[in-house]
Design a protein. Sequence first.
Length: 494
Amino acid sequence: MRALEKRGLLRRISVPVNRDLEIAEIYDRVVKKGGPALLFERVEGSAFPVLINAFGSMERMALALGTESLDDIAARIAGLLDLSNYSSLGDKIRAVPTLAKTALSLFPIRSPLPAPCKEVIESVVDLDAIPVLKCWPGDGGRFFTLPIVITKDPETGRQNMGMYRLQVFDSKTTGMHWHLHKDGRAIYDKYRALRGRGEGTDGKSGDEADGGTRMPVAVALGCDPAIIYAATAPLPDFVDEAMFAGFLRGSPIETVRCETVDIDVPARAEFILEGYVDLDEPLRTEGPFGDHTGYYSLAAPYPAFHVTCVTRRRNPVYNATVVGRPPMEDCFLGKATERIFLPLLKIQLPEIVDIDFPLEGVFHDCLIVAIRKRYPMQAKKVMHGLWGTGQAMYTKLIIVVDEDVSPHDYSRVAWKLFNNIDAGRDVVIVEGPLDALDHASPNAHFGRKMGIDATKKWKEEGYPREWPDDIAMSPSIKGLVDRRLKEYGLEDLA
Ligand SMILES: Cc1cc2nc3c(=O)[nH]c(=O)nc-3n(C[C@H](O)[C@H](O)[C@H](O)COP(=O)(O)O)c2cc1C
Ligand SMILES: [Mn+2]
């Protein structure tokens, strides 16, 4: 907030506003115009202010990760991964300080006590004291929209941080909206399997097991933005988001052990909710919720999260967002992923030159990818590679273009797409997993996806005719016209 305010990127609103829909409507108008972060200082019915739209532009997203441009982070990752940087002995020696600093930044360190997130330990749990927003008229209730849900794998002891929204059920209970494919859900399934085998969640078995029906969960609200971003990033399950946040920040994150559960949380969070998911409790109806697809996601059964303890800073700020028809704040978290993960994607698919997720496709619905084609059918190979890679598996539409087309230049992409394709030859339709939010498929969690090869077709790919050249003016004439613009009296037009 301080960094934003210093740059004139934060606006304070000091008149009282309502947490039900009013803040959402104000923010929607501001984010749609590319406006600043908003700090609502007086929210009716709560002592705490609300920060929203902190990530809502490429500039703020970069600032949140401590850089001028997200491409700098991608370059840092690419530099680390490029083995040619370590080929000679001199290179190896030169790389040591960077590698050492990187390694040290990865491992969370214990917060020097007292941790800011424990300045106040509430004597009673009252979620109604927090100004949780109702976002859209058809929503099933009020939702925590930027919560960092922290769970611990009962077998490996490794922690996971995932952003899963939490619907407020009552002053001590919320929903726990981890989708089927997500790490939080996989960990929940592990606890349930252990329970099914008669083993307690404390790792003991049989009669010795105590508290065996409870899966410990902690939620951090309002953190270092690198941690917030990391909780949304499509990392493989073995990569700890806390380490990734340390890498992004360039220094380790500080953690502290919870009061009532065996989980480490970011020490500088504004609020921490500690509690558990009861493994034996029936699922409860969660939703509907106006989602980032621009549609309501339907009500569905999810576990409940029982909050046993709330700790907080003395003067905490509640950090929220509202998602809905794009562009919204979360689009920029997605754009950060597009930039930061590009070098990692290139390891598996080295022909990829650049990618673009159009905001209207809310990340998982559409991906444009430019490739350097070396052999026949490589565009189709890339589609299948993407459908087999992490959360890119959800992509409903993949458009592949040649390397001379920037995937960010939608006009040029559309021109190639509309003109280069033969529907019988260039369209691939496959069946596979879809994001839980997809509403168009007749089935939840799976359906059909399409890839379109809009690259130039080669003889070797069975194209029997002569593929025409792009039209372009000769450089000498361009130079001539550049020089004579003034003479024509057209320097303002051409
Ligand atoms: C604002 C926002 C809200 C999100 N809400 C959910 C959600 O309710 N459930 C879910 O499964 N994923 C949600 N996601 C996506 C996950 O955070 C994302 O897939 C993340 O990579 C999951 O981490 P995991 O792989 O450790 O499970 C949300 C993302 C954002 C940016
Ligand atoms: Mn994860």
